[in-house]
Write a protein that binds this ligand. Structure first.
Ligand SMILES: Cc1ncc(COP(=O)(O)O)c(C=O)c1O
Length: 423
């Protein structure tokens, strides 16, 4: 039967009668409605960092709902979970005197961060700074601004111009950023957006010196450096916000996903004390921005309970401790004739890229490989020409090897199919 549910980023003509219905989850495992068990190699959509089925988070959410399910924080209103979460994140942030603006997800956080950046420059007497630079292949969500800066071309196409005064640079060159700032004119550039490791655009690791280099160039020209840590945060790279791996101090950090491990929708922006200062210290300079559910007490309670789990079980460091194990499990695949490249080794995320010849012979190869691995009980995530892995931080080394085996067996089966299309 055709579903009434319109799936995001999906070809409904194909999917509408073939939904894969997930029913329940427990740690690194999820189960479909027929009771089949799968190793969740992707942590949902890169978010189930603490794993599925945590009773402590569910209990905290239920208790908060009974006490005060929702209340806005506009004006002087506040609630204890929102205050506590902001305090805690400010303390964990790698910037001094950090202030935290709460949202309901990553895309809303991107829009918030860019609007804060532009208004910061207005407050500093530089209203001409409106231009936003992002990286080719970057993904910053699907809200208006996030779509307007998208580095994955297909995600911008067909929507018209959503952010006038935006441009993209190569994802692997500090010099390209410097040249673009000079081309646009530093007095017109508000911000540079970067994912420490590009996620949805293919798991692209930054070249040596890149992250430090771009932050330095931003400082040189008075451009705000916005680290989009929506995927890279909360342990995915082995630290709270990912950027600590390079010792840099961004002006703004966007976060979402792992802050609640996906138990409820929540995101936010962390502002360096210097960037927040004009808003906090100067009366009459309010940020006319915010959504109904900003600071939602129940979502914040989920965030606090999730941080307790991540901290209490020492999960954050596992994103780095296991990066070698994940790389070892996947690197042998690089020798497979269908594989162009394995990208792994920085954090608990990786991608296996298929060769252009494979994709030319069988355009559906990525989806087919995803289905072959699923049949072996392992969930992988298609990313254009590659398949990604980003399991919960609770994953065990033998489960990483199981992911490698599912890939290898799937690739062998896929090879037979590719060869039959070539004959
Ligand atoms: C780096 C990055 N930024 C922003 C977003 C958007 O987050 P959301 O889907 O919660 O709006 C995502 C989502 O995958 C992301 O990976």
């Amino acid at each position: 039967m055709e579903t009434a549910l319109w799936h995001p980023f999906s070809d409904m003509a194909t999917v509408s009668e073939h939904e894969f219905v997930i029913d329940r989850g427990e740690d690194v495992w999820v189960y479909d409605t027929d009771g089949n068990r799968y190793l969740d190699g992707t942590a949902g959509l890169w978010y189930a960092n603490a794993g599925h089925g945590r009773a402590a988070i569910a209990d905290a959410v239920a208790a908060q709902m009974r006490k005060l399910a929702g209340y806005s924080i506009f004006g002087d209103f506040a609630n204890e979970p929102a205050r506590a979460l902001a305090e805690r994140l400010s303390g964990l942030a790698p910037m001094p005197d950090a202030k935290v603006f709460l949202t309901t997800g990553g895309g809303e956080s991107i829009d918030t961060a860019v609007k804060i950046a532009r208004r910061y420059h207005v407050a500093q007497g530089e209203p001409g700074r409106v231009h936003v630079i992002s990286r080719a292949q970057s993904y910053h969500g699907t809200n208006g601004i996030g779509t307007g800066v998208a580095g994955i071309e297909g995600n911008r196409a067909g929507f018209g111009e959503l952010l006038p005064s935006a441009s993209r640079v190569r994802y692997d060159s500090v010099e390209a950023l410097r040249e673009e700032i000079l081309r646009v004119g530093p007095e017109r550039v508000a911000a540079f957006l970067f994912e420490p490791v590009i996620g949805a655009g293919g798991v692209l690791l930054p070249p040596e010196g890149y992250v430090e280099g771009v932050v330095r160039v931003c400082r040189e020209f008075g451009v705000l450096a916005i680290a989009d840590s929506v995927i890279c945060g909360f342990g995915r790279l082995g630290t709270w916000f990912g950027v600590e791996r390079w010792g840099v101090e961004p002006d703004l950090i966007t976060f979402a996903k792992g802050v609640t491990s996906g138990y409820l929708p929540l995101g936010g922006v962390i502002a360096h004390g210097r960037v927040a200062e004009p808003f906090f210290a100067r009366p009459g300079n309010s940020l006319r921005h915010g959504a109904t559910y900003s600071g939602h007490p129940t979502c914040c309670a989920a965030g606090l309970a999730n941080l307790d789990v991540l901290e209490g079980e020492g999960l954050v460091g596992r994103g780095q401790a296991l990066e070698g194990e994940l790389a070892s499990a996947l690197e042998p695949l690089a020798a497979h004739p269908l594989v162009a490249e394995v990208r792994a080794g920085l954090g608990l995320l990786a991608a296996v890229e298929l060769t252009p010849e494979t994709l030319a012979a069988l355009p559906s190869a990525v989806t087919e490989l995803q289905l072959l691995a699923r049949r072996q009980g392992v969930l992988l995530r298609p990313l254009g020409t590659a398949l990604a892995v980003s399991p919960p931080l609770t994953v065990q080394p033998e489960q990483l090897r199981q992911i490698g085996t599912a890939f290898a067996d799937g690739l062998d089966e896929l090879r037979l199919k590719v060869e039959s299309t070539v004959d």
